[in-house]
Design a protein around this ligand. Structure first.
Ligand SMILES: [Zn+2]
Ligand SMILES: [Zn+2]
Length: 265
């Protein structure tokens, strides 16, 4: 992994005072939506795939990595879909439900037997030259309702989480910017990525038109093919970015989300 892989990782330390945080422009050679669900491939989504592409283009994204739940379009369907948008990069990834939580897998041609086990998923991806990202690893862990349900409060520090949670030993990258997460959940993941020195991605996790182009992954290079996409991922030449109210794409850093959206939380 290159040094650039951690370039966008947030700095440790206290959160700055409101309004005092300087936002930094993120990488924008490509701006790719890394995590999104469309209908009917993801039954919990209301987002039409064509609507997604149109909207993504309008919002200034340069590509999308579609991540349906445990599913990917057949290759002839992928081809037909891509042909309708020759100037826009479309990759067909997958969000796989595993024994270690949700994973964004890039490079699976189809759902493979046994990949519900995360270790097997990694093994298959290694065989295929694919790439593995753990999605929203801390979602709802800080929520009091979750604590009530599980009977225990999540009390790990980012250092302890980095050290003890086996999932982080298995993945190439961590999703540190997820549009369906709270800022706290995103910042915690970002700290873990920083501690481990592994790169972070961003995506909306949208299931409808709302939320698209809030979080994305910025790449150094202009990516146009699935092969290039994998090459840039493996090279670590990307970072998690998000969009400000002024439509600037900035690097995700501690405090940057509130600063960009102007909301306290
Ligand atoms: Zn998920
Ligand atoms: Zn998702």
């Amino acid at each position: 992994m290159g040094v650039t892989g951690t370039r966008g990782a947030p700095q440790r330390g206290d959160r700055p005072e409101e309004g005092s945080l300087e936002l930094h422009d993120g990488l924008q050679g490509s701006i790719i939506e890394m995590h999104v669900h469309t209908n009917p491939a993801s039954s919990d989504s209301m987002l039409d795939p064509h609507e997604l592409i149109t909207l993504a283009q309008d919002m200034g994204l340069t590509g999308v990595n579609m991540t349906e739940h445990d599913k990917v379009l057949e290759s002839h369907q992928q081809k037909a879909f891509r042909e309708q948008y020759p100037d826009f990069f479309i990759n067909f990834g997958m969000e796989v439900s595993t024994d270690m939580g949700h994973m964004i897998a890039v490079g699976l041609p189809t759902y493979l037997q046994g990949i519900r086990k995360a270790a097997k998923l990694r093994e298959e991806l290694d065989r295929l030259g694919g790439y593995l990202i753990v999605a929203h690893p801390f979602r709802r862990l800080f929520d009091p309702v979750t604590a009530m349900r599980t009977g225990e409060k999540f009390e790990l520090t980012p250092e302890q989480a980095a050290e003890t949670m086996p999932v982080f030993k298995l993945v190439h990258a961590i999703e540190i910017g997820n549009g369906a997460n709270t800022p706290q959940e995103n910042y915690f993941a970002a700290e873990v990525a920083q501690i481990l020195g592994i790169p972070g991605t961003g995506g909306s996790d949208a299931h409808s038109t709302s939320g698209i182009a809030t979080f994305a992954t910025g790449f150094e290079k202009h990516v146009t093919t699935p092969e290039e996409f994998l090459e840039e991922l493996h090279g670590g030449r990307f970072e998690a970015i998000h969009r400000t109210r002024e439509k600037r794409w900035v690097r995700l850093e501690q405090g940057s989300i509130e600063e960009a959206t102007g909301s306290p939380d």
